[in-house]
Design a protein around this ligand. Structure first.
Ligand code: OFO
Length: 173
């Protein structure tokens, strides 16, 4: 059974994962409208993965005798200045998510909840990957520059990255 404190921390994380999903969905839609087909594919896939992260938390809280709360989510931005600013925002967002995951780890230890501590380790590893992916993408953009030809190649590259650089968990497991 999760304590009230752990339950609250996990419910807070549901909001963040939901926000991540909506944020990436909005970026995907923007990229699609800009003609960045590969980037859009990558981001649509990423938005789905974030929803799985949220779902995994919902299922875990309920499984452990808590009550998962499904929140309303703030509207994400519709427009992004450029691919660079979009991915800079993404990295900033992921850094915030990592900080919150670390807070959950801290709460688990305070509450001596070693089961949730174990559960949350999946998110700790996932954040290492997500930050690395975001940094890698920003590096690629910097390397290709803002010329149309370079951005076209970047976009194609990202489409190929869609395949499996970010793993999708089984919900609730
Ligand atoms: Fe859920 O990993 Fe990004 O936010």
């Amino acid at each position: 059974m999760v304590s009230k404190k752990v339950e609250a921390a996990l419910n807070k994380q549901i909001v963040l994962e939901g926000e991540s999903s909506q944020f990436y969905l909005s970026m995907a839609s923007w990229a699609e409208n800009q003609g960045y087909v590969g980037t859009a594919e990558f981001l649509y896939r990423h938005a789905d993965e974030e929803r799985q992260h949220m779902l995994k938390l919902v299922r875990y809280i309920n499984e452990r005798g808590g009550i998962a709360k499904i929140p309303s989510i703030a509207e994400p931005p519709v427009e992004f200045e450029s691919l660079t600013t979009a991915f800079e925002n993404l990295l900033k967002h992921e850094l915030k998510v990592t900080a919150e995951i670390n807070n959950i780890v801290h709460t688990c230890l305070e509450e001596k909840d070693y089961t949730t501590h174990n559960f949350i380790q999946w998110y700790v590893s996932e954040q290492i990957e997500e930050e690395a992916t975001a940094r890698g993408i920003l590096d690629r953009i910097k390397l290709t520059g803002s010329e149309k030809g370079g951005l076209y190649l970047f976009d194609r590259d990202l489409e190929n990255l869609t395949g499996g650089s970010i793993s999708v968990p089984d919900a609730g497991k």
